[in-house]
Design a protein around this ligand. Structure first.
Ligand code: FES
Length: 204
């Protein structure tokens, strides 16, 4: 595999083809915040909190580090006024949906985000897709999925599948940055799980 040299925050970093800027940064201990990234899952690029600046051919662009591929001589900056401002605004938007999520509040403190800047629309989900993708890609269960589109998009457990697959799994719970997936599961369990099959009269 051919070696690629790039520069991140002024440091020369060795990477290989197929790596993303996030992989390369993490390989030398440079931290970039992430909310929708998981090492076991395909790159997704939904939350954009990993936004960094890349310089190629004399132009500077903001890109999502978790999906942007490394390239020879790429120059990357992981902090700047523009990056911090972008992350701050993204956090303020996400906090309108999940105002009490510890992962968001921690980042909000770092980037000076105001959790009350935007009108609250508490859906408690930031649509990072970690639960949906983990269930599909790692567990191959598809017990949870996205439903609806645009502003109505949300996650939903499929009761028929979840009632069989989730009770001894729940591996998506700790992945959720807002803890909404736990609430969604328990609500589905209470409202929509199929009733237990009644025993045949002979076994009663
Ligand atoms: Fe890169 Fe979410 S972590 S877009």
């Amino acid at each position: 595999m051919s070696e690629i040299l790039l520069q991140i925050d002024g440091r020369e970093v060795k990477a290989s083809e197929g790596m993303t800027v996030l992989d390369a940064a993490q390989s030398v201990g440079i931290s970039i915040p992430t909310l929708c990234h998981h090492e076991k899952l395909d790159p997704y690029g939904a939350c954009r909190i990993c936004t960094v600046e890349v310089e190629t051919g004399g132009r500077t662009n903001l890109v999502a580090a978790c999906i942007f591929p490394v390239a020879q001589d790429l120059v990357v900056r992981t902090r700047s006024e523009q990056i911090d401002q972008t992350r701050k605004t993204l956090l303020e938007l996400m906090l309108a949906h999940a105002p009490d999520a510890p992962a968001l509040l921690e980042l909000a403190q770092e980037y000076g985000a105001d959790k009350d800047r935007f009108e609250k629309e508490p859906s408690f989900c930031i649509l990072c897709g970690l639960c949906v993708r983990y269930c599909a890609e790692v567990k191959k269960a598809n017990a949870i999925g996205f439903v609806d589109r645009g502003p109505n998009r949300e996650i939903n457990f499929m009761p028929e599948i979840a009632s069989k697959e989730c009770w001894n799994c729940k591996e998506c719970f700790p992945l959720c940055p807002t803890s909404y997936v736990q609430a969604a599961y328990h609500l589905t369990e209470a409202l929509a799980f199929p009733p237990p099959a009644s025993k045949p009269a002979s076994e009663e």
